[in-house]
Structures are given as C-alpha cells and as structure tokens.
Design a protein around this ligand. Structure first.
Ligand SMILES: *[C@@H]1O[C@H](CO)[C@@H](O)[C@H](O)[C@H]1NC(C)=O
Ligand SMILES: *[C@@H]1O[C@H](CO)[C@@H](O)[C@H](O)[C@H]1NC(C)=O
Ligand SMILES: *[C@@H]1O[C@H](CO)[C@@H](O)[C@H](O)[C@H]1NC(C)=O
Ligand SMILES: *[C@@H]1O[C@H](CO)[C@@H](O)[C@H](O)[C@H]1NC(C)=O
Ligand SMILES: *[C@@H]1O[C@H](CO)[C@@H](O)[C@H](O)[C@H]1NC(C)=O
Length: 301
C-alpha cells in the first residue's frame, strides 16, 4: 500500500515551500484515509474467492453448481486466463474452473483437499486493479472431515480487475510448477510412470462413462476411450492445454457441471478446448480475451 505514490514532488526542488509541504501532507493523509476502503474490499473479495476452494466449501459448489457461489464475487461476464490450464469465458466457465477443480478427498487414506487459503502477497494500487499470490495448503482429510497431515501447497499468482461494484471482471493467473504438484496430490513420487499413466487414462475413461451419457456420449465404450487416449500424447501439467491426456483429466472433472459443454473436451477431438494451441496465438490473444486495449490490469491514474 503506497498512499503517496501518486504525488511525486520534483527531485530538483531542494527547498519546499511550507504551503507545498502542507498540500503534500494533506493529499497524503487524504489518500491514506480513502485507500483502505477499496484496498480492503478487493483483498476481502480475493480472500473470499480462494476460501471457497477450501474443503468442504468447494464440495457444496461442486454438488450445487453456480447457485452456491455467493453474489458479488464475480461479474456475470468475468473472463480470464489461467496458465497453464486455459482461458475461461463468463461466470459459469470461470466458477467451474475456480471451484470445480479444487480437489475433493478420494479414497482412504484420502488424497488431499485444500485446507487453507493464505494470501501471502497482495497489493491494490487503485479500486479497479489488484495483484495477489495465494498459497493453497493441501492436507489429508480425516474420516470426520477434520484436517489431517500436510501434503503440499498450490501457488497461484494473479492480476485482477474489478467492476465498479467490486466484483471480479477479468483475471490473469499463473500456477507455477503444476507438474510438481500433482505427484504429491495423488500420493505418488512420480506421476508419469507407465503404470500411473495407464491408471490415469483408465480413471478419465471411467469418469466420463458416468457423466457423458445420453446425448453427451463421446466414446462408444470405456475400452474405446482407453484406446483413443492411449494413442494421444500424455502431456504434462505444466502445459496442460493441448490435445493430450492431462487436459482431459482436468476437463473430465467439469463434466458433472455442464456435460453438454465439457464432454466434447474429453472426447476424441478435444471439442475445441483440449486441442493443440499455437503458443503465439493462445497466450497472447489479450485483445480477444479481455476486450478493449487488451491491457485491463493497469490503474487508470
Ligand atoms: C455482460 O455483457 C453483456 C453483453 O455485452 C451485457 O449486456 C451485460 O450487461 C453484461 N453484464 C454485466 C453484469 O456487466
Ligand atoms: C490459514 O493459515 C494462516 C497462516 O498460517 C492462518 O493465519 C489462518 O488462520 C489459517 N486459516 C484457517 C481457516 O485455518
Ligand atoms: C464431509 O464433507 C462432505 C462434503 O461436504 C460430506 O458429504 C460428508 O457428509 C462429510 N462427512 C462428515 C463425517 O461430516
Ligand atoms: C499400459 O497399457 C497398455 C495398453 O493400453 C499396455 O500395453 C501396457 O502394458 C500397460 N503398461 C503398464 C505399465 O501397465
Ligand atoms: C437428446 O436431445 C434431443 C434433442 O435436443 C432431445 O429431444 C432428447 O430428449 C435428448 N435425449 C437425452 C437422453 O438427453
């Protein structure tokens, strides 16, 4: 928080007039007095968003969908990019990413779920824009849903733009070393052994057989799915956006929300989502993604 950064007295001015000093002081006090309102508001909004990834709050959204997301956190048109996962257009798409992918404990002893969301870095230089880093602590979950031993941490750094009510309108976020996170999350040292990769394919195919049914069927059978996916590159989580298996492990989790939208992503063609994207296009299509100048994360001071 830098209350005086908008005032930059000329460096060459060696003797300030008393009037200038008083003006600077008054402006500084004014901005310090005014700043906390939106600074605090923005910080609380971001904290509330990440708190909803904490188990079992995420479980409620996963079972009840968008209606379980409190009002005021996201604008209806919220849009953003999460590297290395993809781009998300609109409220439904965005909340599915933020909450639908937050892990649920599975099996016993269970793999982890997020048990704490701590903002380790936060700044907001104006009402419209903030930047943050969150540590999402993953721990095992005991049978009574209490927090068990620590497993690992997911880090996410993000720029945010808020609408004039303080809801998130645009975001650009990064998860560093997602590849190194999935091993501990799944309780394995190396996620990419042949046996683990086979099991992952079997898991995706079994899950889609539960959710991608009727009109949303994308494979004739589980063996058909296994055969199709075994023929594709497995991919790496650090580059999850592609026509590969890891992309489908992410999107299959979303098929329970809107099967008609997400089943094609898991299917043989990738449905326009799990497709190989051009680096030069996909990571720099800021005007298309964000609209306007494509640079929404600047304060208009
Ligand atoms: C979302 O965008 C549509 C189309 O541009 C617009 O009509 C609507 O008012 C926007 N909603 C919000 C909450 O800004
Ligand atoms: C999360 O961790 C932080 C830092 O260790 C702590 O201050 C906070 O109370 C924790 N929150 C919850 C809900 O446990
Ligand atoms: C643990 O949380 C899940 C998800 O909210 C819930 O379905 C389950 O009943 C809870 N278990 C216990 C023992 O409270
Ligand atoms: C993985 O599955 C393929 C068939 O899809 C099979 O040929 C191979 O032996 C399996 N490898 C392991 C380690 O299970
Ligand atoms: C499939 O879609 C058609 C046309 O939209 C609809 O009439 C039919 O009820 C749907 N079937 C199932 C099983 O969802």
């Amino acid at each position: 928080m830098s209350g005086s950064s908008i005032i930059s007295p000329p460096i060459s001015q060696t003797s300030m007039s008393p009037l200038w000093c008083v003006t600077v002081l008054a402006l500084a006090m004014l901005s310090v007095a005014l700043e906390p309102d939106w600074y605090k508001r923005n910080k609380e909004t971001i904290q509330k968003i990440y708190d909803l990834t904490v188990f079992p709050k995420n479980a409620v959204i996963i079972s009840e969908g968008a209606s379980a997301v409190p009002e005021g956190l996201f604008n209806a048109n919220t849009t953003g990019r999460i590297t290395p996962v993809g781009e998300f257009f609109g409220f439904q798409d965005s909340i599915e990413y933020f909450f639908g992918l937050a892990p649920l404990p599975r099996g016993f002893p269970p793999n982890g779920a997020i048990t704490n969301a701590t903002l380790v870095q936060f700044t907001s230089g104006c009402a419209e824009v903030a930047a943050s880093t969150v540590y999402l602590t993953v721990s095992t979950i005991n049978r009574d849903n209490s927090t068990g031993p620590y497993i690992t941490t997911l880090k996410q750094t993000a720029f945010w733009r808020f609408d004039n009510t303080g809801a998130v309108l645009k975001y650009e976020a990064w998860i560093p070393s997602l590849d190194r996170f999935v091993g501990p999350l799944n309780g394995v040292l190396d996620f990419y052994t042949p046996a683990n990769m086979n099991n992952t394919i079997l898991g995706v195919c079994a899950q889609q057989a539960q959710t991608c049914v009727g009109n949303n069927t994308v494979y004739n059978s589980v063996p058909d799915c296994v055969q199709a996916l075994a023929a594709k590159p497995f991919g790496r989580y650090d580059e999850a956006w592609g026509d590969n298996v890891v992309c489908r492990t992410i999107h299959v989790l979303l098929t329970k929300f809107r099967p008609e939208v997400h089943c094609p992503h898991v299917g043989p063609t990738g449905g326009g989502k799990c497709i190989d994207v051009e680096y030069n296009d996909a990571f720099f299509n800021d005007k298309f993604l964000f609209g306007g100048s494509g640079e929404p994360f600047n304060c208009n001071l």
